[in-house]
Design a protein around this ligand. Structure first.
Ligand code: PXG
Length: 466
């Protein structure tokens, strides 16, 4: 399990980096003091589906970085694209009647992959900025439509849309709302379509209709003339890979159409192939007005995000809008756009999305599904290259573990220590591996996960928790 030694740091170097880290670096979503006590794991290299830490451990990256390194680590073509563009034109802005070639080419390329009624792109640098842009666009749209009272955007409990003021407000993470007086005004939430957690007493398809119906209830509660838009991830990622029942999105679309409200598909995770289609909305057959993208557009090699704008919003902004007073210094950054173009070329030429849909997804579904036999596992679910399982104290009665035991974190620790990255969201363990994983590597990954479930069970037994 050892990486070539030249990539590892000496123990003294590792300790020095950890000390500097603790002294100066405030990590995102982190208990600073707790991390300082244990010290960060320092990641020094990536190759293919593996990352390597400073002590020479090789770890299978079951999360593709943070749902984004879809073409895998160590792609020279992406580094070359950035290098070439930096020498040619490292930066120029798009504010004052100027453009750069990669930004224009990328807009056309994304438009060609997007649903036919979505042909315009606005650039940001992250998923959070994409969603902030969306809030401003949605409100501007309704102003221009002569309905300025349509301000309210409906999101979902346990949805994730980023960490800026608007992104965190659109999301339904109560822990985030509790810090900083969120949500901002005009954003409300409905329950998520989590069949296992909220509707297991009825068939999934029936629950999908019920869960979509909560949107209609909320629209009527707020007042249909005040609602601007609904936002959702096709499959909730950070919330724990919540795959909605097949009936859900069709019913959501019907309700949005009925009340004329805009549909926002947050595809920061699902976009660029993760579910086996270029965009998650194409998998579910919805017709969004706005799509947020980031992460997979560059496979994480450089930050880039943006909004794909559907015809009705674009036509209004273009024909009636005058100046849209919004944008970022790095909107349409030429280097980021050049890397994105190269990343999309790789996805296409290596047929990674087709291969994912035809070979990898069915194989993952089969192999990951076998983990349902494990005594700790109450449920497994997969779609495309995302998968989740639920750890339970008693799988038959679906009795959960006491939250304070943090069973997911125990399992995650065993995974890391045994060479596979798996995320814990409460008692849900989730993966989203790179698209370049092979069927043999899926087998190896599932075997590792099974071993770590065994270790988790053994630890829980030794402490008398099962
Ligand atoms: N929308 C969705 C659906 C996301 O998953 C964002 C917006 C925000 O993107 P930026 O680029 O601003 O981070 C995300 C990000 C996790 C985790 O723990 C997930 C994300 C970010 C950080 C952690 O699963 N998703």
């Amino acid at each position: 399990m050892n990486a070539p030694l030249r990539y590892a740091l000496s123990e003294a170097q590792t300790l020095a980096i950890q000390a500097k880290d603790a002294a100066h670096y405030l990590h995102p979503f982190t208990d600073f003091q707790a991390l300082a006590q244990i010290g960060s794991r320092v990641i020094v290299r990536g190759e293919g589906i593996y990352i390597y830490d400073s002590r020479g451990n090789r770890i299978l990256d079951g999360m593709s970085g943070l749902w984004n390194v879809n073409v895998g680590y160590g792609r020279r073509e992406l580094a070359d694209a950035a290098h070439k563009q930096m020498l040619e034109l490292p930066f120029y802005n798009s504010f004052f009647q100027t453009a750069n070639v990669p930004a224009v080419e990328l807009a056309a390329t994304i438009a060609a992959l997007a649903p036919a009624h979505m042909q315009h792109i606005f650039y940001a640098n992250s998923g959070s900025e994409a969603n902030d842009t969306i809030v401003r666009m949605v409100r501007r749209y309704w102003d221009l439509q002569g309905q300025p009272q349509r301000q309210v955007i409906i999101g979902r409990h346990n949805g994730y849309h980023g960490s800026t003021m608007a992104g965190a407000s659109l999301g339904g993470m109560w822990g985030m709302h509790a810090q900083g007086g969120l949500p901002i005004p005009g954003i409300v939430h409905i329950e998520q379509p989590y069949h296992y957690g909220l509707g297991a007493d009825m068939p999934a398809e029936e629950f999908g209709i019920v869960a979509a119906g909560w949107l209609e209830t909320k629209i009527l509660e707020v007042g249909a003339d005040k609602v601007a838009a609904f936002i959702g991830e096709p499959v909730q990622g950070a919330g724990g890979v919540i795959i909605p029942p097949t009936t859900y999105w069709g019913e959501i679309q019907r309700i949005c159409d009925k009340y004329g409200i805009l549909l926002i598909s947050d595809e920061v995770i699902c976009g660029f192939g993760r579910l086996g289609s270029w965009f998650g909305c194409q998998h579910y057959g919805t017709r969004p007005d706005l799509i947020a993208f980031a992460k997979g557009v560059t496979s994480g090699y450089i930050p880039l995000g943006g909004v794909i704008v559907g015809d009705r919003v674009a036509a209004t902004l273009i024909e009636k809008g005058g100046e849209f007073n919004h944008g970022y210094t790095y909107s349409g950054h030429p280097v980021a756009c050049a890397v994105a173009l190269e990343n999309i070329r790789i996805l296409r030429e290596e047929k990674l999305v087709d291969n994912l849909a035809q070979t990898l997804a069915p194989h993952l579904a089969r192999r990951f599904g076998e983990l349902a036999e494990h005594p700790l596992v109450a449920l497994t679910e997969t779609l495309g290259l995302v998968a989740g399982l639920v750890l339970a104290k008693d799988k038959r009665s679906r009795t959960p573990f006491d939250e304070s035991l943090e069973v997911g974190m125990i399992c995650r620790r065993h995974c890391f220590e045994n060479g596979v990255v798996m995320r814990a969201v409460g008692d849900r363990m989730i993966i989203a591996p790179p698209f370049i994983i092979t069927v043999e590597q899926i087998d190896q990954m599932v075997a590792l996960i099974r071993h770590c479930l065994d270790l988790t069970l053994a630890e829980l037994k030794s402490k008398g928790h099962v």
